[in-house]
Design a binder for this molecule. Structure first.
Ligand SMILES: N[C@@H](CCC(=O)N[C@@H](CS)C(=O)NCC(=O)O)C(=O)O
Length: 123
C-alpha cells in the first residue's frame, strides 16, 4: 500500500481536515444545542437515518413485524447526521455518543408518575 496512514505523535482536532465529517466530529461529547426529540404513539421510538449502520434496527423491527410480532410496532424519526441532528439535547439524552441508530421503549409508568424508559444506543 502506498498511501499508508501514519498516526501523529500528538493528535490534534483539525476541523478542515478534508473529509465530509471533519467539520462535525469533535474530540468531546455532549449536546451542542437545545431541541427535544419528537415522540410518537408506539412503545418503541427509533431515531435514525438510512445509512448502513442506521438501517439495522429498522430491519430488525420490520423483520419482527413481518413475523407477526405486533409488539414491535414503532415510530421512526429522521435524524439527519449531516445537519448535526445527533447533537441536539434530545438525541444526546437517548445516546450520549451521538451515533445513530438510537431507540427506546417505554416500560410503563412508575408510582411517582415518571415514565420509565429503556434506552438502546450505538457506540
Ligand atoms: N457501531 C455502530 C456505529 C454507529 C455509527 O457509526 N453511526 C454513524 C452513522 S452510520 C453516526 O451516527 N455518525 C454520526 C457522527 O459520528 O456524528 C453501529 O454499528 O451501528
Amino acid at each position: 500500500m502506498t498511501n499508508e496512514y501514519v498516526p501523529p505523535k500528538v493528535w490534534k482536532n483539525e476541523p478542515s481536515a478534508g473529509n465530509q465529517w471533519a467539520n462535525i466530529n469533535r474530540p468531546e461529547a455532549g449536546a451542542r444545542f437545545d431541541k427535544d426529540l419528537p415522540v410518537g404513539e408506539h412503545p418503541f421510538q427509533l431515531y435514525s437515518l438510512g445509512t448502513p449502520n442506521g438501517q439495522k434496527v429498522t430491519i430488525l423491527f420490520e423483520e419482527l413485524l413481518a413475523a407477526g410480532v405486533s409488539e414491535a410496532e414503532y415510530d421512526a424519526h429522521l435524524i439527519k447526521i449531516g445537519d448535526s441532528d445527533q447533537f441536539s439535547s434530545g438525541f444526546v439524552g437517548v445516546n450520549p455518543n451521538s451515533k445513530i441508530p438510537a431507540w427506546w421503549i417505554t416500560l410503563g409508568q412508575s408510582q411517582s408518575m415518571c415514565l420509565s424508559r429503556l434506552l438502546f444506543w450505538s457506540t
